[in-house]
Structure formats: C-alpha cells, structure tokens
Design a protein around this ligand. Structure first.
Ligand SMILES: C[S@@+](CC[C@H](N)C(=O)[O-])C[C@H]1O[C@@H](n2cnc3c(N)ncnc32)[C@H](O)[C@@H]1O
Length: 260
C-alpha cells in the first residue's frame, strides 16, 4: 500500500458493538489517565478521530461541559449518533479523503486509528496542525512488540497471522513504538509516552476482545493461510481461564503544540 493512498483500508470493516465495547473496557482506563494528565477543561474544543463505539467521545463531552464542544469523526457513525449530548457534532467522514475537520482545537485525540491508515506517519503531523498553540495532541495505538518473545502456541500462531493480514491491508500492528519520535519530529513539546503490556487470563474481557476481533478478521485470516482448525483452537485456548496471554502493548503518547 503506497504512502499516498487515499482509499479507506480499514480491515475490520463494519464493527459490532460488542467488539468495540470490549475494546473500550480494556483501553478506557489508560485513556482516562492520559486525559487526567492533560487536564481537559470545561469550555475546551476537542476533536476525536475514529470515535468508534463512542466511550472517549462521551468522556470528552462530559469533561468540556456545556461551554465546550466535541467533534467526533468516523467512517461508521452508528454508535456516535446514539450519544445524547448537546455539545457534540458527529461527522461521518473518511479522514484519509476528507482530511481533518476544523483547526485550533484544544485537544485532538485518536485511539487505534492510525495503525489502519497507510499515511499514518504523516498523519501525526496533520493532527498536530489541527491543535491550537498550547493545546494537546494525544494518540494511542498498539504494538505487538512482545509477541515474538512472550506469546506462544495457538495464540502466537493466530496473532502472527492477524499481523500478516493487517499488513496485507496496509495496516500495521507495530505503530505504537514509533509515536514518541513522530511527536518530536512534529515539533511537539512536553512529550510524554506510556506503554502498557496487556497481560490477561483466558475468558477475560481482553481475551473476549481478541476472540471477537479474530472472528471479524476471519476472511482475512483465512486468506493469509490460517485454517479453520487454528481459529477453533484459538477460541478454546482463549476461553480457558487457566491460560495467560501477553504480547501486545498499548502506547499512549501526548504532546503540546508550542505557544507562538
Ligand atoms: C479499532 S476502532 C477504535 C475505536 C475507538 N477509537 C476506540 O479505541 O475505542 C477504529 C475506528 O476507526 C474508524 N476508522 C478506520 N479508518 C477510518 C478512516 N479512514 N476515517 C475515519 N474513521 C476510520 C473505524 O470505523 C473504527 O470505528
């Protein structure tokens, strides 16, 4: 996939509420800590790109209050449209072809979006350009950094196939590690980066999130050589509470656009 491709390559397609809810349950605590550290204030204007199931959009609407405003963008706004908030604008747009709506935001945020964008490196700078001087950019993305070392058996086998499928679709599962340096390159200040390695038990929320994701990826997984048997074994192993899994980290990176 070329750097300048404007086509949507979102491999997971139209997502189910269940998968997004599981994702939110896994990731919202980390995002909440980053929003607390930034100190999102009443009256702020925020932009949420790839808002998905809407949990972060809801948090932002609550935090900015009636004097603030939140714009939330997604290819598929079914779940964002359900949010009842007077301070929310929902935009059904493709960030690759429609660009980033508006500018001078106090905060621009995206979680697990850039990994799907072929122009992801350049996109960090484009997001930063939509932030007002003194405002914040917060990007959160995953990284399968420890998969080769810490995962084994069926979990490692199927997740390696998932990474291959991501690559075939122009996505990547190793973008998290690039974020801090990309923030520096975009000229951001006060850059802080945290990463958390997801470690979870079979049958847990995180295990269910991986299972629903693999179900959604089934055609792409089969296309890169995964077998129905492997998918079935993965479900059995990932449902078993005596098994523990690790390998994927989530990076949460924030930085401030310099005051002019
Ligand atoms: C993995 S989900 C993450 C959802 C949410 N950010 C979260 O972390 O809970 C990725 C979201 O990005 C959206 N998305 C993917 N490619 C997009 C694009 N080119 N433009 C706008 N939204 C996109 C998808 O529709 C999906 O809702």
């Amino acid at each position: 996939m070329g750097e300048d491709s404007g086509a949507s390559t979102y491999i997971l397609g139209t997502e189910e509420r269940r998968r997004l809810e599981l994702l939110e349950q896994c990731l919202d605590p980390m995002t909440t800590r980053s929003l607390d550290a930034i100190g999102v204030k009443p009256g702020w204007r925020c932009l949420e790109l790839g808002g998905g199931g809407g949990s972060v959009t809801r948090m932002l609407c609550d935090r900015v209050g009636p004097d603030g405003r939140v714009a939330a963008v997604d290819l598929d706004t079914r779940f964002l449209d359900e949010i009842e908030a007077d301070n929310l604008d929902v935009l059904s747009q493709n960030v690759l072809t429609d660009g980033i709506p508006g500018d001078a935001y106090d905060l621009v945020h995206a979680r697990l979006l850039l990994m799907h964008l072929p122009t992801r490196e350049k996109f960090v700078g484009e997001m930063a350009a939509a932030v007002r001087p003194g405002g914040w950019l917060l990007i959160e993305d995953l990284d399968a950094c420890a998969l080769p070392e810490l995962a084994e058996g069926v979990f490692a086998d199927l997740l390696s196939k998932a990474i291959e499928a991501f690559h075939m679709a122009g996505a990547t599962a190793t973008f998290g590690r690039q974020l801090p340096a990309l923030f520096d390159a975009a000229g951001l200040e006060d850059v802080e980066a945290v990463s958390e390695l997801m470690t979870f038990r079979g049958g847990s929320t995180a295990a269910q999130m991986f299972m629903t994701s693999m179900d959604q990826l089934r055609p792409a997984l089969l296309a890169v050589g995964a077998t129905e048997d492997l998918l079935e074994e993965f479900h059995a192993v990932a449902s078993d509470p005596t098994n523990w899994f690790t390998g994927f980290a989530i990076y949460s990176v924030r930085g401030r656009v310099p005051e002019v």
